[in-house]
Ligand binder design. Structure first.
Ligand SMILES: O=C(CO)[C@@H](O)[C@H](O)COP(=O)(O)O
Ligand SMILES: [Co+2]
Length: 222
């Protein structure tokens, strides 16, 4: 599955671009939310989800790179978010929030973690989540290079997901492009966030979505 990240889109044409990737077969839209504290950058809030909701029928997933995600969940749900992804780094005890998103808010829940988080730390929560978001760059900016060590981490994560919750998706985020998507798929990922590789593609976003989906599907042998 391909999840174009709108962080790399031309915001003056956001609706048009989201319509284009939807038509090209994108599976979900990835919305990067940054608070300037958890990551050294600011991005967008629930008003963007509100604007995009009528534009596309595919799910909108919100990647909350914020220190205090609990403050923002209701707002994103109200505006039409389908999946809420929170970072393990900011949660002393993740379970109450994971359960709140799933049971009280009735939304899909993702748990994200940075490239320096030991994979074993995710294991206790795999049964509580719909999606494990393995960062393949340090969060905060689009256009960074995929960290090669991520491949070994993905293999470990795939083994743990298969053992505990095979329905849990493994999403990769950061530096995913035509050169890296195949190896990430081969190592165990099945959802691919791509910002620059979609919205900055010389051939255009629609062609990029189709090409990335093809390259990933050829390598998913696990
Ligand atoms: O969460 C983030 C960055 O913190 C990502 O979702 C980026 O937006 C992906 O951008 P590319 O690396 O694909 O350009
Ligand atoms: Co993201």
């Amino acid at each position: 599955m391909i999840a174009p990240s709108i962080l790399a889109a031309d915001f003056s044409k956001l609706g048009e671009l989201v319509r284009e990737v939807t038509k090209a077969g994108a599976d979900r839209i990835h919305v990067d939310v940054m608070d300037g504290h958890f990551v050294p950058n600011l991005s967008m809030g629930s008003v963007v989800v509100k604007g995009l909701r009528p534009v596309t029928t595919i799910p909108l997933e919100v990647h909350l790179m914020v220190e205090d995600p609990g403050r923002f969940l209701d707002g994103f749900v109200k505006e039409g978010a389908d999946t809420l992804i929170v970072h393990l780094e900011v949660l002393a005890d993740p379970r109450p929030m994971l359960e709140h998103i799933k049971k009280a808010l009735g939304k899909k829940v993702g748990l994200a973690f940075n490239p320096d988080m030991p994979i074993e730390r995710i294991e206790p929560y795999l049964r509580d989540i719909d999606l494990a978001l393995c960062m393949t760059v340090f969060p905060g900016f689009g256009g960074q290079a995929f960290i090669p060590d991520s491949l070994e981490r993905l293999k470990k994560l795939r083994a743990l997901v298969n053992e505990h919750n095979p329905a849990c998706e493994i999403e990769v985020d950061g530096g995913i492009d035509a050169r890296t998507i195949g190896t990430a798929a081969g190592a165990g990922a099945n959802v691919f966030v791509a910002g620059t590789a979609v919205f900055g593609a010389p051939a255009g976003p629609a062609a990029a979505v189709k090409n990335l989906a093809l390259l990933a599907s050829e390598q998913m042998s696990w």
